[in-house]
Design a protein. Structure first.
Length: 159
């Protein structure tokens, strides 16, 4: 499965179903599900902006839901989403362009530590980890075997 690295807090907003566009400087032909990887770096300016942008009810609600900076997972898989289109215009409050990956079916997953890369990528390390330790449940959620979990719950720090 393809993976895309996205800085926090944007990755969190996507997997929580609050952000429906991922802005990029490049076009993609890819359509389909991908794993959302939270990069190790944090967008401090973006976070500050989100905390203080409450000029509509929707924006105020999002500002109030934001976790504190220390509660964001970084450096691993945090969820799954789907690219349904790649556009150059959108009415979404999240669109800045020049290209927007229109997203759907986003949801969080248990954290899996993994090194990120630029662009869409795949990981042999993740394939081995998930084949050994995860099973897909009837509701399409993923369960990680207890003996494969790392210290700290579902395998990661929130540095």
């Amino acid at each position: 499965m393809k993976i895309l690295s996205i800085k926090q807090p944007w990755a969190w907003l996507i997997v929580e179903g609050l952000k429906d566009v991922e802005n990029r400087t490049w076009y993609t032909n890819f359509r389909g599900k991908f794993l959302v990887h939270a990069g190790k770096s944090f967008d401090d300016l973006g976070y500050y902006y989100l905390l203080h942008w409450g000029n509509t009810k929707e924006k105020k609600a999002i500002s109030e839901m934001l976790p504190s900076k220390s509660d964001f997972y970084k450096g691993g898989i945090v969820g799954i989403s789907e690219v349904v289109n790649c556009v150059t215009k959108s009415e979404s409050i999240w669109f800045e362009g020049p290209f927007g990956f229109m997203l759907g079916e986003s949801r969080p997953l248990d954290f899996i530590p993994l090194k990120g890369k630029l662009g869409f990528f795949e990981s042999e390390e993740l394939k081995i980890f998930t084949a050994k330790s995860c099973k897909i449940l009837k509701d399409n959620s993923v369960k990680i075997a207890e003996d494969e979990m790392m210290e700290g719950g579902t395998g990661g720090s929130r540095e």
